[in-house]
Design a binder for this molecule. Sequence first.
Ligand code: ADP
Ligand code: MG
Length: 378
Amino acid sequence: LNENMGLIRHKKPLLILVNPKSGVGTALKIFQDLVGPILDEADVPYNMVLTTRSGYGQDLVVNEDLSRWGGIVIISGDGLLYEVVQGLFKRPDWAKVTKIPLSIIAGGSGNGLARTLAFESGDSYHNNGVLASAMSLVRRRYRFMDLLAVQSASGKNVYAFLSIGWGFMADCDIESETLRFMGEPRFVLWSLWRATVFRHYRGRLSYKRAHPKESQGSQTSPADEDSPVDPNWSAKEDYPSSNGAAVHMTPDFMLPPLSKPVPDDWTIMEEDFVMVYATNTAFIATLLQPAPQAKMDDGTIWLLIIKKGVSRLEMIRILRGVEQGTHTDFPSVQIVPVSAFRLEPLGKSGNIVVDGELIDYEPIQAQVLPSYFNIITK
Ligand code: ADP
Ligand code: MG
């Protein structure tokens, strides 16, 4: 296999995290039947770790000596990668460790990133693309992926690689958890039912318009094949720190604090919204493309905005269109490319979800961190 693929030897082993409880419980089988045998055949060293509980992945990467590993591979849904990403940013050496190559193999019920990677490589998504993903661990090419840094009013920062949602689709995300046993179609079924009773949310949405960058495609290697975690890293200058020499400087400081007004060149909308969904990738689940034109490294956050006034019938058609990315022509749908936005809910109740995970209901703002992660891909 090595010879056929013209391979370089990978000295550092891959750290493979498998969530045996994700989706319909197939992640371990994917490892045993496919990923493990392919890596063994190609002499790619690895260590497999089964997660035992929610939070395990985050705790592991917070405490692990990550310089030992050539990359972190997730066999699960997007939720386990989300945990790992949060864990990387909790470390004092976050700027260094967030450059470690990351990979995802679709083993969950929400596989937005795996679907996006197959889509951007021009691959079919046969069998969730697990074979192509496993092979990419041998061949090891990389793509940059933008990240969304999210700040909330109470000071909790999180990092999203897929999406930030509020209103209709966020509510569906949370409520449809009860239909988990069905696998991914749960979301669409639930949302169609829910479209018969949808609410409006008063809020202020502010954003800075952006021009999407050309996608760079895949690269043969990150900075250094065997030490992607740069040992010489020192504080980055791209993100000037507002509080001087903070030990744990996170990359959020380009935005004014949430207590201050947004800059003059931002657009501000105060409206009744049905939903606002901000996305980074073309797919946020196998059958959900809120912003079909998004590229994972276009330096852009795509806002899908639907205001009050949309009829039930149009809403149902829009939701069906989101499956195929054909909703963008509906008159009630606005899609705006931005580099940062602020969302201030003006009512008491609602849901804000980041990569499908619920966060506290309060004002938030987000900015894109362009080409931030190294993702292993075809
Ligand atoms: P899915 O797409 O099926 O939801 P995810 O990867 O998103 O799969 O995982 C769902 C959740 O399961 C994540 O929030 C993760 O923290 C949690 N989790 C990880 N390992 C375990 C485990 N061993 N048992 C229960 N929950 C787990
Ligand atoms: Mg993007």
